[in-house]
Design a protein around this ligand. Structure first.
Ligand SMILES: C[S@@+](CC[C@H](N)C(=O)[O-])C[C@H]1O[C@@H](n2cnc3c(N)ncnc32)[C@H](O)[C@@H]1O
Length: 272
């Protein structure tokens, strides 16, 4: 602990535990001991920006969930790592299995990207839909893209990214879906009407009335404990249509969490 006490703003064990408790209660994110450095650097930035003097003062501010700082606190503890066509086998599955199955049933796909971060995931889904249906129709599909972090939702809506983020993509995809603006790229306007970006805490109420055919919730549950995961998977089961698909991240699985889904392999599950 000496390390954290001798820094610019001393952070005691009690300070760290208070922050971890608030984060867990509100977001489900578990900030374990190994996250101390991350918490220290992100919260110090907030303390500096608010011109406060120490962690105690900052904790006093965020103990009020309605404080204007609370959103910035929540935004500061999320980890938003993502990329276009991350875990590409999921997009192959979408194109080769899920969309053909829905098309055969005459269904218009309703897809949820839950924990969408800065939007690369829902835009990759939209490009896959366009590729599958052609003719700029997207098969009438709609994508709901939600995240707890309001900053990433703004980035997603805007659809402008550093050009380096599309370097590894196939040339055809780059030409078809991105426009260069100096060092940045803008996603094609034709993808935007298909996606609705909204801020949503997965632990809070879900206002959506319709059920989904496919839910992507990738690299989100790794931040939660088993109890929160179980609760979330029960809700995903209810939020899916019969035979709907749930797609999770490469390091995640439903073992020991729920047996309400059949594994189709490669972290793809189908509602029983
Ligand atoms: C690592 S990113 C994953 C992004 C994308 N799904 C992917 O796999 O590339 C995890 C996202 O989950 C979001 N998240 C964490 N807790 C959440 C919660 N309680 N409700 C909604 N989103 C949450 C974070 O803000 C972050 O953007």
């Amino acid at each position: 602990m000496a390390d954290f006490l001798s820094r610019e703003f001393p952070m005691t064990e009690t300070n760290f535990q208070s922050i971890a408790k608030i984060a867990y209660e509100v977001t489900g994110i578990v900030l374990g001991e190994h996250k101390k450095d991350l918490v220290y650097s992100r919260i110090s930035r907030r303390i500096r920006s608010l011109k406060l003097h120490n962690f105690d003062e900052y904790i006093n501010v965020i103990e009020d969930n309605n404080s204007s700082e609370f959103t910035s606190f929540v935004n500061s503890i999320t980890t938003n790592l993502t990329s276009f066509f991350r875990e590409p086998h999921h997009f192959d599955f979408l194109k080769e299995t899920a969309l053909p199955a829905l098309k055969k049933k005459g269904k218009t796909p309703l897809i949820w990207s839950a924990g969408c971060s800065t939007g690369e995931e829902p835009y990759s889904i939209a490009m896959t839909l366009d590729n599958f249906y052609g003719g700029n129709t997207f098969g009438g599909a709609k994508i709901l893209a939600t995240d707890l972090d309001s900053n990433v939702i703004d980035t997603g809506r805007c659809g402008i990214y550093d050009a380096s983020r599309i370097e590894a993509l196939d040339t055809k995809i780059k030409q078809k879906y991105f426009k260069h603006l100096n060092d940045e790229v803008a996603v094609s306007d034709k993808l935007k009407p298909v996606i609705q970006f909204n801020r949503l805490n997965l632990l809070g109420p879900w206002p959506m009335k319709k059920k989904f055919d496919i839910i992507f919730c990738r690299n989100v549950i790794i931040y939660f404990n088993k109890e929160t995961q179980l609760e979330l998977f029960k809700r995903y089961q209810d939020a899916l249509n019969p035979n709907g698909y749930l797609i999770i991240g490469h390091s995640e699985n439903l073992h020991g969490v729920t047996d309400n889904f059949i594994s189709l392999g490669k972290t793809i599950y189908q509602k029983k």
